[in-house]
Design a protein around this ligand. Structure first.
Ligand SMILES: *Cc1c(COP(=O)(O)O)cnc(C)c1O
Length: 227
């Protein structure tokens, strides 16, 4: 078995046990393999180990991987900051975008997603730590952006995403994730199609599961250190 496959098996065992511990439905937490700055070979290994969903941050790097890995029929998620002049290739080549944080980007993605395709799955990125230099809308502005996205025919509003400032204390991680989870549940009552709470990375995924994450974005925990 490859090291990547070993990591995935351990991770799946651990997330199933956390689902039980925190009384979440079995299988409710999914895994997104964050493959930025990881090799094509390792992505193929993760696919062989059963993963279908991969997350990328850097457009040029992602487009090359998507092209080379076409035969594997993977689901690609764009999770990095989005420049307005890059929305066309993102709308064309990805199935998901987790990092929509302003109306302009939503409108442009909608415009570039072809009629013939299924709608592009979209999460609104929230800046939980209110760090001025970080991407994401303020929590209190997430609803307005959801209202905008829900009206766009080529986008499908799926949920919320956040990258909290790194915290090492478990309870502090939980407090942070809970803010996002509470807003997610509130918005779900307005938009029942919202089914994805994208939170939790290699170092905080237990806290994210405890607070109701449905999609963990794990990079180094699957692939090891980035190149
Ligand atoms: C890099 C990255 C991850 C994965 O981080 P790890 O600590 O390697 O698990 C998750 N989400 C986003 C948005 C990232 O940029």
């Amino acid at each position: 078995m490859t090291i990547v496959a070993e990591h995935i098996n351990k991770l799946v065992t651990s997330l199933r046990s956390f689902e039980q511990r925190y009384e979440k439905p079995a299988g409710s937490v999914k895994l997104l393999a964050v493959s930025k700055r990881q090799s094509i070979e390792k992505i193929a290994e993760a696919h062989s180990a059963g993963l279908k969903d991969f997350g990328e941050n850097y457009l040029q790097e992602a487009l090359e991987k998507i092209e080379k890995l076409k035969p594997l029929d993977l689901n690609w998620h764009f999770i990095g900051p989005i420049q307005a002049n890059k929305t066309k290739p993102i709308a064309e080549e990805f199935q998901w975008v987790h990092s929509v944080d302003r109306t302009k980007i939503a409108l442009r993605l909608n415009e570039h997603r072809a009629d013939s395709r299924l709608p592009l799955n979209v999460c609104v990125q929230v800046n939980l730590s209110n760090e001025a230099n970080k991407s994401g809308v303020a929590l209190q502005d997430a609803e307005d952006l959801c209202v905008c996205i829900a009206r766009l025919p080529h986008l499908k509003l799926r949920g919320l995403m956040a990258i909290p400032a790194p915290l090492s204390v478990f309870d502090a991680q939980r407090v942070c994730f809970r803010l996002l989870a509470n807003e997610f549940v509130r918005l779900q009552s307005l938009y029942p199609q919202m089914d994805t709470l994208s939170m939790g990375m290699s170092n905080d995924y237990e806290a994210a599961i405890a607070e109701g994450s449905t999609l963990l974005r794990i990079g180094t925990g699957i692939f090891g250190p980035r190149e």
